[in-house]
Write a protein that binds this ligand. Structure first.
Ligand SMILES: [Zn+2]
Length: 322
C-alpha cells in the first residue's frame, strides 16, 4: 500500500450524457488530469491498441507508455508475465465484478470486498497516472456504478463521485443516432441502442450509482447535463468548490483562463484512453445544449422512455411529460 492516497474524481452515470466533454473540461483545471474511461484501458488500450485522445495508437502514446512502465515495470522478455497477459486477466476480473448480475449484491454493501490483486494493480495504475501527469487528481469517466465501487474499495484510492445525469429522452435519441467511431477505423460506427434498452439501463444505473454512494458513504455530487450546458462556468465553479479541487482564491483566475466566452472553453490535447469521439476535439469548444431529441424523437419512443423511467424521473430533476 502506498503512503499517500491517489485522489480520483469519478464521472458516473449512463452513456450519451455528456461525460466526455465534462471530464475533459475538468482535465484543464491545474492539478487535474482527465484520462477517459480507464476501465477500458486493458481491452481497448493494451489489447486492441485503439486510438488515444492525442491521436496516437495506444502503444505509441508516450504518456501511456510512461504510465505503464512506472506502474508495472518495462514490458520486456525478462518479466514473468507480459502486459497482454496481465490485461487479459484484468479484463476477466473486471468483467466478473462489474457485470449487471453483480449489482444487487453490491448496492447495499458497506464493506470493502475487492480482490487483493485487483486492488494492487488498480492502485499502482492510478498512482502512476497522477505521477506521470504531475497531477493531484485523476478524472476517470468510466461511468459504470459497479466499477466506481471497485475503485472505492482500493485502499490507496480516494473516490469522489460526480454523478452526471441527462434527460433519458435525450439519451435515448442519442443512442439511436448513427455516429462515427474513429477509434475503430474510418467507416466504423458507435454502438447503437434501442429506446427501451436505453431507458431501462438509464433507470437501473442511475439509481444504483446513487444508492451505492450513499450506502458506502462516498463523497457525491449530482449534476444535470442540462444545467451544465445552460451555465457551464457557474456549474464548474460550484463543482470545483464543492469537491475542494481548487483553493477558493484560484477559482476565478482559472475559470477566466479556461473560458473564452460564457459557453466556449479552450481544450488542449489529452490522453483519454476510451470514450466518445468528442474526446478528440481540442481548441475552442462550444458547450451548447444538444436538444435535437425534442424535434426528432417520435411520440411513441418518447412515451415509452417516460413510462420506463418515470418512477425515478423526479428524483433526478425531470418531468414525466415533455
Ligand atoms: Zn496519448
Amino acid at each position: 500500500m502506498t503512503a499517500t492516497r491517489t485522489r480520483v474524481v469519478y464521472v458516473g452515470g449512463t452513456g450519451r450524457s455528456g461525460s466526455t466533454v465534462l471530464a475533459n473540461v475538468l482535465g484543464e483545471v491545474p492539478g487535474l488530469v482527465s484520462v477517459g474511461e480507464v476501465r477500458f484501458l486493458w481491452e481497448r488500450g493494451i489489447l486492441q491498441n485503439r486510438l488515444c485522445g492525442c491521436g496516437d495508437h495506444f502503444a505509441d502514446c508516450p504518456f501511456w507508455s510512461k504510465v505503464l512502465d512506472r506502474a508495472f515495470g518495462p514490458d520486456d522478455e525478462r518479466r514473468a508475465e507480459d502486459r497482454s497477459t496481465t490485461a487479459r486477466r484484468m479484463c476477466r476480473s473486471l468483467a466478473e465484478r462489474t457485470r449487471m448480475r453483480s449489482l444487487p449484491s453490491q448496492v447495499g454493501r458497506r464493506q470493502r470486498a475487492i480482490d487483493p490483486e485487483l486492488a494492487t494493480t488498480l492502485g499502482r495504475l492510478y498512482e502512476a497516472i497522477a505521477e506521470v501527469a504531475g497531477a493531484e487528481v485523476v478524472v476517470d469517466s468510466s461511468k459504470l456504478p459497479t466499477y466506481a465501487v471497485q475503485l472505492a474499495d482500493v485502499p490507496s484510492i480516494t473516490v469522489q463521485v460526480l454523478h452526471l445525469v441527462r434527460d433519458p429522452r435525450a439519451a435515448a435519441h442519442s443512442w439511436r443516432r448513427r455516429r462515427a467511431q474513429p477509434d475503430l477505423g474510418e467507416t466504423a460506427l458507435m454502438e447503437r441502442r434501442g429506446a427501451a434498452k436505453s431507458a431501462v439501463l438509464w433507470r437501473i444505473w442511475n439509481t444504483a450509482l446513487e444508492r451505492m454512494c450513499r450506502s458506502r458513504g462516498l463523497e457525491y455530487r449530482l449534476l444535470n447535463y442540462e444545467s451544465f450546458v445552460a451555465d457551464p462556468r457557474g456549474e464548474l465553479r460550484r463543482l470545483l468548490r464543492g469537491f475542494a479541487l481548487l483553493a477558493p482564491s484560484q477559482l476565478d483566475p482559472v475559470l477566466d483562463e479556461l473560458f473564452e466566452a460564457p459557453d466556449v472553453v479552450r481544450l488542449s490535447s489529452n490522453h483519454t484512453v476510451a470514450g466518445n469521439p468528442a474526446r478528440h476535439h481540442h481548441g475552442s469548444v462550444a458547450l451548447v445544449p444538444d436538444d435535437e431529441w425534442r424535434d426528432r424523437l417520435g411520440a411513441a419512443d418518447r412515451r415509452l422512455v417516460s413510462v420506463l423511467t418515470w418512477p425515478t424521473l423526479p428524483r433526478f430533476g425531470y418531468r414525466a411529460r415533455v
